[in-house]
Design a protein around this ligand. Structure first.
Ligand code: URA
Length: 183
């Protein structure tokens, strides 16, 4: 399946109840270059639902700011979410919603063949790396699955609530950069 077919398929997705409340399916943004870094958040919020793009609100600005401060070239990363439609009142997606949507993240994974996947926050960590892991204990650690290295860090929205997480977040992203560029 190529990106065009995938996008058309997703636009009509009715795989879970979140479809009824969405304005847009929020697939992803960024570079579609094979072998890129794939950042995965939780699910679209109000701004993302309206614009059809992930991480365009306050948390997204923080993520973009950190990636640009650390000099990640835009052509090297893609940003997506575990679920592609906005959960009402920005609640966490349910286990069933995550299960219904994961095949679509897997399809993005097949198309991008990312060298590195970074789970942003607990929902992505549990869906992608370890269902029993806790973000505070698991962030900054790496695991290889096939040809891809997986790691996790705090969700940028968590930094808005707790500034003391910022340093760990920056250090985790710095280690992603070192792993990807070797410097
Ligand atoms: N939070 C997320 O997890 N994803 C977004 O796209 C925006 C906020």
């Amino acid at each position: 399946m190529d990106w065009d077919v995938f996008e058309k398929l997703m636009a009509g997705c009715l795989s879970c109840g979140l479809a009824s409340g969405r304005t847009n399916v929020v697939l992803g943004r960024g570079s579609r270059k094979e072998g890129c870094i794939l950042f995965v958040g939780e699910g679209p919020g109000e701004n993302e639902d309206r614009e059809g793009l992930p991480f365009v609100g306050q948390a997204g600005r923080l993520l973009d700011l950190a990636l640009s401060a650390l000099e990640f070239p835009a052509e090297d990363y893609y940003v997506a979410n575990v679920v592609k439609c906005r959960p009402p009142q920005n609640r966490e997606p349910s286990a069933d919603e995550v299960k219904a949507c994961l095949p679509f993240l897997r399809q993005q994974f097949v198309l991008l063949k990312p060298r590195i996947v970074v789970a942003l926050g607990s929902v992505a960590l549990k869906a992608l790396i370890d269902p029993d892991a806790r973000i505070t204990a698991r962030r900054g650690k790496w695991v290889q699955k096939g040809n891809t290295l997986f790691t996790a860090t705090y969700h940028p929205a968590a930094l808005l609530r707790d500034e003391s997480k910022k340093l760990d977040f920056y250090n985790d992203l710095r280690s992603v950069r070192t792993e990807f560029y070797g410097k």
